[in-house]
Design a protein around this ligand. Structure first.
Ligand code: CIR
Length: 256
């Protein structure tokens, strides 16, 4: 069960966030703020306390607070983002982690290793890590050494089609996993009860499990039905302004 969630209010500069989908247009800041507020309310309904960090205009993508840190029941890890414009986001997240973890339980990914939290999927004590354009071999090696101290296993999953691992796969606990695109037939996920997401709803692979409830992005009826048929309570959240800059439900929070 998760007790805590950290989110960060989007800054006005989010309209300049990194995107591989310029055809979706520029985010509308006011709508993004409203969607963020609704997201916080949905999280609160799942029984967690929510720490809301102030916006930081220096970092357009800083609302995607999942990427500069990894939070587990054993320790927290400050990452080293692979995107140059996001590297500085880690300085702001570390003091926040210190409110929840003792200093000796906070670790760091360092150069030449790069790693972003969106590439890390926790399945119990196994952590699947996407080797992506943002997360490299050295970063994965360092993560393995850090989590290995706590008896956890790190499994590398190469990816080529999407930004981060969790762009295309989500673990919903109870051995259930939703997979889209290149993740549908990855040998690493062979032992899970996998539900395949159709290509036209691939964005909705980025949903999140929070204490038995699954937050699902608005506008993906096949995925919503599939999650409900697995027996989960669901809450639908509109994330369209964040989708324009390649973000979604998981990227917007740290859950632990
Ligand atoms: C980026 O490209 O870094 C942001 N525009 C989107 C980050 C999404 N984060 C995530 O999937 N964990």
């Amino acid at each position: 069960m998760f007790q805590h969630v950290i989110v960060k209010t989007p800054c006005k500069a989010m309209v300049n966030g990194i995107t591989d989908h310029p055809e979706l247009g520029t985010p509308d800041y006011e709508k993004a703020l409203a969607q963020h507020a609704a997201y916080i309310e949905a999280l609160k309904q799942c029984g967690v306390d929510v720490t809301v960090l102030p916006p930081d205009e220096a970092y357009p993508d800083s609302c995607f607070v999942e990427d500069p840190a990894i939070v587990t029941k054993y320790c927290a890890i400050v990452t080293n983002p692979g995107a140059a414009s996001r590297k500085g986001e880690t300085a702001a997240i570390e003091p926040v982690l210190e409110q929840f973890y003792p200093k000796e339980k906070i670790f760091h990914i360092t150069d030449p290793g790069t790693l972003e939290g969106g590439d890390v999927m926790m399945c119990g004590d196994t952590f699947y890590v996407g080797r992506s354009a943002r997360t490299n071999e050295a970063g994965i090696q360092q993560l393995g050494e850090i989590l290995g101290q706590f008896g956890c296993k790190v499994v590398e999953v190469p990816l080529t089609e999407v930004l981060h691992l969790k762009t295309g796969v989500v673990y919903l606990e109870n051995n259930n996993m939703l997979t889209a695109g290149e993740f549908c037939d990855k040998p690493a996920f062979a032992g899970y009860n996998k539900v395949t997401i159709p290509a036209e709803e691939a964005y909705a692979a980025n949903c999140i499990w929070v204490n038995g409830t699954v937050l699902v992005p608005e506008g993906y009826p096949t995925v919503l039905k599939a999650v409900q048929e697995l027996g989960y309570k669901t809450i639908v959240c509109d994330t369209f302004e964040y989708r324009k800059i390649d973000g979604g439900l998981s990227c917007l929070s740290l859950r632990f």
